[in-house]
Design a protein around this ligand. Sequence first.
Ligand code: SF4
Length: 71
Amino acid sequence: MSAPSTLRVVVDRDLCEGNARCVKVAPTVFRVDDEDRLEILLEAPPPELRDAVEQAIAVCPRQALRLADAT
Ligand code: SF4
């Protein structure tokens, strides 16, 4: 029996170029500030946002995002 895992979103800031594609897909999870710096609003998004987070990972042109298992 396995416990439900908690999602955690991780960004590689060396790769991220702040073009905000992830923000368009998951605006409740990601935000880009005035200096094009990515902010993760929800580092541990609830399971219902998993699809949106996975889409954001898929559209990121820099492969800067990934999901980590926080359990
Ligand atoms: S889509 Fe990727 S490169 Fe663009 S802001 Fe989001 S994490 Fe950064």
